[in-house]
Design a protein around this ligand. Structure first.
Ligand SMILES: *Cc1c(COP(=O)(O)O)cnc(C)c1O
Length: 320
């Protein structure tokens, strides 16, 4: 996995993926520290996942994959369905029984077929393989795949193209597709840039993996960030994370919700819980050093309307 793979992905995505804006958030940190957000909630399908999904399906198209089957809590499924629609490839998405309705509806709107299976990522992956074996078709994952990683890395390419002086990039971590792609691209273009991951404290398996030096699996995952409920990071992802990621920070559920409120009212951006996790680390004062120029990945904006209204409408007394 090299910068060239990410550049090839960027060429495939040209004119199809949105080059999302970097928006300065004034007054967040004291002194000469600028914080920008990269608004991937404005990406096609509402999350960065379109980048990896399209890059993967575009390469599969030549070898006639038949139906593409994938498992997803929602955003990857939407992205694969949308990519399939563009490329003329039929798609089946295995989703958790507790998936957000808006994400299920979106997969169907992009022409995808939805199958429900359990609430754990392991259960969904097993069901995807079962369908692939039974009906035929090609099963793809959502993060442990070089094509997915290269696609997600195009977000990192854009950050360094727009803002070459970036000192720190903060990225939410689920299976590790986004952070590993960004780390490959960003460190190749600017070796001094730091790439730091952020996880909910109820799903901090990547933090534990980085600390222990080997891939750790968490059996019990508990967080409102539905896009980050993976039990472990992928194999390929962990190889890259161990080599290129500088640190992984952890935030609480209250801090994620406070970040969603700040982003709604101060940044004017609708961000889902998973998408607000990296920003929560800045807002909660978790950075250990002074960085002149920080870019925070806001990874998605596909919210459940009822849950979102409740979080955003919560009156906070005192400081959160
Ligand atoms: C999938 C997802 C993530 C996590 O990405 P990984 O590549 O699995 O680490 C973060 N935020 C949102 C909104 C997502 O959909």
């Amino acid at each position: 996995m090299t910068l060239e793979d990410v550049e090839a992905a960027a060429a495939r995505l040209q004119g199809l993926a949105v080059r999302t804006p970097l928006l300065l958030q004034p007054g967040l940190l004291q002194g000469p520290q600028d914080v920008y957000v990269k608004a991937e909630n404005l990406q096609r399908t509402g999350a960065f996942k379109f980048r990896g999904a399209f890059n993967t399906l575009a390469q599969m198209k030549d070898s006639d994959p038949g139906r593409v089957i994938t498992s997803s809590s929602g955003n990857h499924g939407q992205a694969v369905a949308a990519a399939g629609q563009i490329l003329g490839i039929p798609v089946t998405v295995v989703m958790p029984t507790n998936a957000i309705q808006a994400k299920v509806d979106a997969v169907k709107r992009y022409g995808g077929r939805v199958v429900f299976a359990g609430t754990s990522s392991l259960k969904r992956e097993a069901e995807a393989r079962r369908i692939g074996d039974g009906e035929g078709g090609t099963v793809i994952g959502s993060f442990d795949d070089a094509r997915i990683i290269a696609g997600q890395g195009t977000a990192g390419l854009e950050i360094l193209e727009h803002l070459p002086e970036t000192d720190l990039i903060l990225v939410p971590v689920g299976g590790g597709g986004l952070i590993s792609g960004i780390a490959v691209a960003a460190k190749a273009l600017r070796p001094s840039v730091e790439v730091i991951g952020v996880e909910p404290e109820g799903a901090a398996d990547a933090r534990d993996s980085l600390r222990s030096g080997s891939r750790v699996t968490w059996d019990r995952i508990d967080t409102i960030a539905d896009g980050l409920r993976t039990s472990s990071v992928g194999r390929l992802n962990f190889e890259i994370i161990r080599r290129l990621v500088d640190d992984i920070l952890v935030v609480s559920e209250d801090e994620i919700q406070a970040a969603m409120r700040y982003l709604a009212f101060s940044a004017k951006l609708t961000i889902e819980p998973s998408g607000a996790v990296a920003f929560a680390a800045v807002l909660a004062g978790r950075l250990q050093k002074i960085y002149r120029t920080t870019v925070v990945l806001l990874s998605g904006g596909n919210v459940d309307p009822t849950a979102y209204a409740q979080i955003i409408g919560t009156q906070v007394t005192g400081r959160s």
